[in-house]
Design a protein around this ligand. Sequence first.
Ligand code: SAM
Length: 400
Amino acid sequence: GSLIPGDTLDLDLEQILGILEAVWRRGDKMLERALYAHADSVTKRFCGGAVYYRGLVEFSNVCQNDCSYCGIRNHQKDVWRYTMPEEEVVEVAKWALENGIRNIMLQSGELHTEQRLEYLERVVRAIRQETVAQDLAMRAERAKSGGAEASHASGGPVEGQLADEELGVVVSLSVGELPIDHYERLFRAGARRYLIRIETSNPDLYAALHPPPLSWEHRVECLRNLKKVGYMLGTGVMVGLPGQTLRDLAGDVLFFKEIKADMIGMGPFITQDGTPATEKWTSLYPNADKTAHMQAMFDLTTAMNALVRITMGNVNISATTALQAVIPTGREIALERGANVVMPILTPTKYRESYQLYEGKPCITDTAVQCRRCLDMRLNSVGKISAAGVWGDPASFLHP
Ligand code: SAM
């Protein structure tokens, strides 16, 4: 039938696979253009031209896991391990609010100790308390000066929709697989969103990349537990993992739907010296033209974003940092192919070099101020504007 702009589609595995194969073969430019244009029409239907910022704070690179692709895995050599002092994390959150970023994602390696849990509880509580107070003070100040300024500068279609309870900075966590009671304690401390990528929906491929005790089944259980506790759930995969097939990727799109994800973040797998996955990748493709390969992975990743947008409609989809690592304007391109979220890195500069998950991770010498300014310009270059000042919950979460 004819395709109405903005319509979501119920694609099955074979249909998704057919589209991914066409993108991979690179023979059907018409189809690719139609895919991206339709995804953009669905994004515009739900988000207008508004893009949400999520400030990423990589507060610790200490990790007890050994994921075979990751540059901060437990056995990765020559990594200076750090954990940011609590006050420093809270300061970043306050800076974010002042700069119109109302969503902070605290990310780290995995450490399942009581001490780490208590650190996180204190940090989340302090961020909530201090940014709510700061927000009330900022609003009182604005009211005093006549309230001429809009309460949040540039919001596009979401302007004016700031609910009363959306005070302060909302805290997302990305700290891995924890028992459900830890998820509950962090929720009670005030965290409301949680990102944990499934990495791949194929259990065998997962097992090949994650040595025991890690298991695909446990990761899925964590996703379900997070939903049960009431978090807004983010997940995602890497594209181009050694041994991954297009059928696996098609299955990933359906997995996100099945698990009822509210946010999806996907990035290309990028090699990192000293990791087993990179050795495996190199042995699988000894003569690979890396630049051409990464360009193909970039397109596959954005095609995946487009397919998620078209099949899931109103969810949040990130234009991830790994896309920018492949093409400097990668995130802007992704915003025209289904994505509606960007994640400026707010990690203080002195720690960035040690959170090197993969080669060529961008912006490691930048400051948060530079990242924020640079992003505004990048959004404008593709006709989008930052929905500063709102939390940006997708309707999938508000009206499940
Ligand atoms: N430990 C937490 C977890 O597993 O959810 C969060 C931190 S982990 C470093 C964040 C993400 O980095 C992973 O979910 C993975 O998808 C991504 N990542 C790690 N190594 C990568 C690589 N070589 N290329 C691309 N992405 C990578």
